[in-house]
Design a protein around this ligand. Structure first.
Ligand code: URP
Ligand code: ZN
Ligand code: ZN
Ligand code: ZN
Length: 479
């Protein structure tokens, strides 16, 4: 099985150049002009198009059991839709129930993910603490290639990690060379504000953003960053949705702290007016946490991405159909939180980013693929069009258009937060491990073809911080 991508312009995070790309046995075998390749190679003509590293979505929840139901995209349908949109790898989440052994939850998610059509790997959530968690974190890092752990600072009475858990887990991450990540929202405040809204008789989805205002996110982001500072670890903040948490990141970074921020395609271009729709399905269809924000926050997020204080783009793909969302018809706190987007992220970022002059071609590649690969130690195997990298490639047609709709998307959900938007810039072809799985609108995703990606500990940024900590180790005064 070999494929030659001809006549395109390769875009990597560091440079853009004209070259053909030859893929063989799942890897990129050659990049250059006038390549000498077998005559039976399948040819993809990329004339007038760009050849990019496949997108990596660092934040998805396929078939996630959450809030009394299960996310409607499973690992097959969700990764197939991802391929249709030019995303060739996902980082999903293993989320143990409090009290559940991490390794048991991990094995459960690995089993669920065997049907994936695209490559996948896992962050593991720390939802509780005892000696077994301490021990299992080491096993996951040393034996299973997990190098990042997630902490939900929200979802009180469910999966929320309290400050003691944060501190202990961050410290353990430092010992193991892993990256701590957080969902930053003050769970106690959210809980109290939710009760206030219900007491006032505001029970619909319009109460969702009112119970999770930006300062709730800002407080938690600040707290997590300070805990990271105290523990001497880098930190990665998922779905930064507002100025308050972005300001916390920017402040810490300008003081030299290694803080990384992820932003969702949805938070960049959807505003909070959606929650005031009189149509319950529309308002509830947008219920996700943190919520969509007002326009000024979107502008701040674009500035953060452009200015380098936000580093990765994701979707937090976690789909629920209308009948699932209806569980919260009379009580907004029961609407399962989550929205879809794994298929749409690349095109939204291109259309809103590159087409509007907010991102260069290389910056687009950095924020949709390479930065994630680097932070989570998969680079250059992922996130790069270069020899020996996995042949996860997107041929990007900058003139192609698509009107996004739940009627035509490949995700297994009956709602799309980007419904009706026409984007210019779409993938014409997607290669997953060297196989053409998407060709001009035809999807040939293969159930079970995706592979688990092991990620070694001590990514370069972790190594640097570890070195710095060692050199600055406080010393007792000899008297
Ligand atoms: O609303 C969301 N984001 N649902 C998925 C879980 C999470 O918080 O990431
Ligand atoms: Zn979250
Ligand atoms: Zn999430
Ligand atoms: Zn083709």
């Amino acid at each position: 099985m070999s494929v030659l991508i001809k006549n395109g312009v390769v875009v990597n995070a560091d440079r853009t150049f004209k070259a053909d790309v030859y893929c063989k046995d799942g890897k990129i075998a050659a990049v250059g002009e006038n390549l000498d390749v077998p005559s039976d190679a399948e040819v993809v003509d990329a004339d007038g198009q760009y050849v990019l590293p496949g997108g990596i979505d660092p934040h998805t929840h396929m078939q996630f059991p959450f809030m009394g139901t299960v996310a409607s995209d499973d690992f097959y349908t969700g990764t197939a839709a991802a391929l249709a949109g030019g995303t060739t790898s996902i980082i999903d989440f293993v989320i143990p129930q409090p009290g559940q052994r991490l390794l048991d939850a991990y094995q459960q998610w690995r089993e669920w993910a065997e049907k994936s059509a695209a490559d996948y790997t896992f962050h593991v959530a720390i939802t509780w603490w005892d000696d077994s968690v301490h021990e299992d974190m080491e096993t996951l890092v040393r034996e299973y290639g997990v190098n990042s752990f997630k902490h939900f600072m929200a979802y009180k009475n469910a999966i929320m990690a309290d400050d003691e858990t944060l501190v202990k887990s961050f410290r353990r991450c430092v010992e193991l060379g892993a990256m701590p990540t957080v969902h930053a929202e003050n769970g106690e405040l959210v809980y109290q504000l939710q009760q206030e809204m219900l007491a006032k008789g505001i029970t619909g989805p319009e109460a969702h953003p009112l119970s999770r205002p930006p300062f709730v996110e800002g407080e938690a982001a600040n707290r997590a960053i300070q805990v990271a500072q105290a523990m001497h670890t880098p930190i990665y903040i998922v779905h930064v949705s507002c100025k308050d948490s972005l300001d916390a990141i920017t402040r810490a970074r300008s003081a030299g702290q290694r803080v990384y921020g992820e932003v969702l395609a949805g938070h960049l271009c959807i505003d909070d007016s959606v929650y005031r729709s009189e149509d319950f399905d529309i308002a509830a269809g947008h219920v996700m946490s943190p919520p969509f924000r007002s326009k000024e926050h979107q502008d701040a997020l674009w500035n953060g991405l452009q200015g380098g204080n936000l580093h990765t783009t994701a979707t937090d793909h976690c789909c629920f159909c209308k009948d699932q969302k209806a569980a919260g018809r009379d009580d907004f706190t029961k609407i399962p939180n989550g929205t879809a987007g794994v298929e749409d992220r690349m095109a939204i970022l291109w259309d809103e980013g590159v087409n509007k002059g907010r991102l260069t071609l290389s910056e687009f590649v950095a924020v949709t693929s390479t930065n994630t690969a680097k932070l989570f130690n998969m680079y250059p195997r992922k996130g790069s069009v270069s020899v020996d990298a996995d042949a996860d490639i997107v041929v990007w047609d900058p003139k192609g258009t698509r009107t996004i709709s739940a009627d035509t998307h490949h995700m297994n959900v009956d709602f799309n937060i980007f419904e009706g938007r026409t984007v210019t810039g779409i993938p014409s072809h997607t290669l997953s491990r060297g196989k053409v799985v998407w060709c001009n609108g035809e999807l040939n995703a293969e159930r079970g073809a995706g592979r688990y990606v092991e990620r070694p500990a001590f990514a370069p940024v972790i190594e640097a911080v570890t070195r710095q900590t060692e050199l600055n180790e406080p010393k007792a005064v000899k008297r």
